[in-house]
Design a protein. Structure first.
Length: 429
């Protein structure tokens, strides 16, 4: 029980004892339990001992304290425990979600200061987005590798793997690892295992850092430039482009098409709690001349879909079955667009492809931080509130709702995702 519940139980016990004193005649001894076996004839007669059935209905012993109850009903402590257990059972179905926990909990080993700083930025959602998180992680690993020194009687190709493991675990304690980060780290470990043990250590570290730079350049920066060109070809004068939340790739596509002189407008759909669409709206309207934009929430998607010619969204990852794992709300946008016969185009780099087959967003997800309005949601934010607010960060869009996927290897249908040889970073960098 909580502290407040224990205090209320004690107050009930004091009130019951006081009522018992008031009901007894003056001079009668006050007893809180059954009479002792050593009572003699000189002692005042005690009240008849109630039978077991009445006793169990009137009092229930908890430790060494008797708690007054009403016959046929459970004690206050039982009611509190039942309520707590019902609440726990209600949230048990979400227990596999990545609930917020203490940063670095259960992580053993020396953590580099660059990793500690990056984990704090992750946990506070100051670095958000698959590309931004992957680039920040690889950049921090460059610092870790340069500051690393191989111990005696060890080789870099073996011991560096052990040194990176607690760094990765510390980042995961801040936020679950994204698919893009997992693919990039897997490729980095592959390059470390290929390191020649006879070479000078500093040369190997410099080469690993160069491999990281090449990965960022080829798989992210250059890939985005190719996607900008391919997706920009689908934008024509007079089009109305609808996008949801904020994707760095979609933002580059729209800005690049605007620089090419194309005349189009954008509808930005947004939702709580992150409200990422505001940042995209600021970026699009800051151009000269500004891009005509309309900003609205997800609840108004049906009202504006009749004016849309193309839906352009990003992706956190794409599964092997062609399903798109993206910001929560993307599936709703894609399904409504399909009902209105509006093409849905997903912009995604191949290093975000996953070899897993996901059928829904319930099996694996992440919880977004809850931001309360101090005026309207103060009661919800109180510790005594029984309301538990859950904000799943991602949802799954079925491949049947997607028209095409724009990658750096071309424009492909969702059914061809698993056949792309560059998926998952399996080629050498």
């Amino acid at each position: 029980m909580s502290k407040a519940e224990r205090r209320e139980v004690q107050e009930r016990q004091r009130a019951a004892k006081l009522l018992q004193k008031q009901q007894k005649p003056p001079g009668a001894p006050v007893t809180t339990g059954p009479p002792s076996k050593g009572t003699q004839g000189n002692d005042p007669p005690s009240t008849p001992k109630p039978n077991k059935a009445v006793f169990s209905g009137q009092h229930k012993r908890s430790g060494s304290i008797y708690e007054p109850t009403t016959p046929g009903r459970g004690t206050f402590a039982q009611n509190a425990d039942d309520a707590q257990s019902r609440k726990s059972r209600g949230l048990m179905i979400f227990s596999h979600f990545s609930l917020p926990k203490q940063l670095g909990q259960g992580v053993k080993g020396d953590i580099h200061p660059a990793i500690v700083r990056l984990a704090l930025l992750f946990s506070e959602f100051k670095i958000c987005g698959a590309n931004a998180r992957c680039i920040a992680t690889l950049t921090a690993f460059k610092t870790v590798i340069q500051d690393y020194t191989t111990p005696e009687h060890n080789t870099l190709s073996r011991h560096l793997m052990t040194h990176l493991s607690p760094q990765i675990s510390y980042l995961v304690s801040a936020r679950p690892m994204s698919v893009s980060m997992g693919n990039a780290i897997r490729q980095l470990k592959l390059e470390i295992s290929k390191a020649d043990i006879d070479r000078v250590e500093q040369e190997v570290k410099d080469e690993l850092c160069q491999q990281i730079d090449n990965y960022i350049r080829d798989r992210i920066i250059v890939a985005d430039e190719v996607i900008e060109e391919l997706a920009g070809q689908k934008i024509k004068d007079g089009d109305v482009i609808l996008t949801y939340a904020k994707s760095s790739v979609v933002e580059k596509v729209l800005l690049n098409a605007h620089q090419e002189g194309k005349k189009f407008s954008v509808i930005v759909i947004d939702s709580q709690p992150l409200l990422e669409g505001k940042a995209l709206l600021t970026s699009l309207t800051s151009t000269n001349p500004p891009i005509p934009c309309t900003y609205t929430f997800l609840s108004a998607i049906s009202s504006v879909m009749t004016e849309v010619t193309t839906v352009l969204v990003g992706a956190h990852s794409i599964c092997a079955n062609g399903a798109v794992y993206s910001r929560s709300g993307t599936a709703l946008v894609a399904m409504i667009a399909k009902n209105h016969n509006v093409p849905v185009v997903v912009c995604c780099e191949t290093y975000k492809f996953s070899d897993s087959v996901v059928l829904d967003a319930f099996g694996k997800n992440e919880l977004a931080p809850q931001k309360f309005d101090r005026r309207s949601d103060a009661a919800l934010a109180s510790p005594s509130s029984n309301l538990e607010i859950l904000n799943p960060l991602y949802d799954l869009t079925p491949p049947k709702c997607i028209t095409a996927v724009v990658t750096e290897v071309g424009l492909i249908p969702p059914s061809s995702v698993s056949s792309i040889p560059m998926a998952l970073g399996r080629i050498s960098i």
